[in-house]
Design a protein around this ligand. Structure first.
Ligand SMILES: CC(C)(COP(=O)(O)OP(=O)(O)OC[C@H]1O[C@@H](n2cnc3c(N)ncnc32)[C@H](O)[C@@H]1OP(=O)(O)O)[C@@H](O)C(=O)NCCC(=O)NCCS
Length: 173
């Protein structure tokens, strides 16, 4: 991915998440894009990146062979929100994750948006289970039913996503 593409994606997240969360989410996206195993899916409108979603590896320590991802961040430029870009991002990326044989995808996010695409609240652990004060925000989409069901125990995100701050839901509205 070239520099201009990276900048366009980072800018989408900066603007999508607004004044309070935009800058730190943009920085997170930039850090994720530096990771070789990050999957990036973008949707374009009028020749520009209108929305982007990133997926980073998520590991169950007792099940190292399972292929799991964390979905974050997912953002659409404010001027394109409400016109199907988010839907296209979700549908395209779920198809892609299925095609590469992923077992499950996890997200800590808006509990009214992700269930539209099959995500359900899950009792599997975040890397910081004690900080999950809003369990309805922690969701899973199982892609390989049998294997995903067996996953349990401690989990780990990539190093750039292991800051406790990202997993603490106590400040979320
Ligand atoms: C959430 C977001 C990614 C959705 O993208 P979008 O392009 O506006 O969504 P779409 O127009 O494709 O809408 C798809 C569906 O989701 C619904 N939807 C959109 N935003 C929603 C939200 N915040 N909460 C719940 N439902 C939402 C739409 O009503 C639509 O439903 P329908 O298919 O029944 O009509 C986008 O609004 C955004 O970037 N918001 C700010 C950042 C953010 O909150 N990201 C998610 C954090 S976990």
């Amino acid at each position: 991915m070239n520099h201009a593409e990276i900048e366009a994606i980072v800018e989408v997240h900066r603007k999508a998440f607004g004044e309070t969360e935009g800058e730190e989410t943009a920085q997170l996206a930039k850090n994720f894009l530096d990771h070789p195993d990050t999957i990036s899916i973008s949707v374009k409108r009028d020749g520009q990146v209108a929305g982007n979603v990133l997926f980073t590896p998520f590991v169950f320590k007792e099940h190292p062979d399972a292929i799991c991802y964390l979905l974050a961040p997912c953002g659409v430029l404010p001027e394109f929100q409400g016109h199907g870009v988010g839907k296209e991002l979700m549908e395209t990326s779920i198809e892609h994750l299925k095609s590469i044989g992923a077992d499950a995808v996890f997200v800590l996010g808006v509990p009214t948006f992700y269930p539209r695409y099959g995500f359900l609240p899950t009792d599997k652990q975040t890397p910081y289970p004690d900080l999950l004060t809003a369990p309805e925000a922690w969701m899973e989409l199982a892609l390989t039913a049998g294997k995903a069901k067996k996953l349990s125990g401690k989990t780990k995100a990539i190093q750039q996503f292991m800051r406790a701050h990202w997993w603490d839901t106590s400040g979320r509205g």
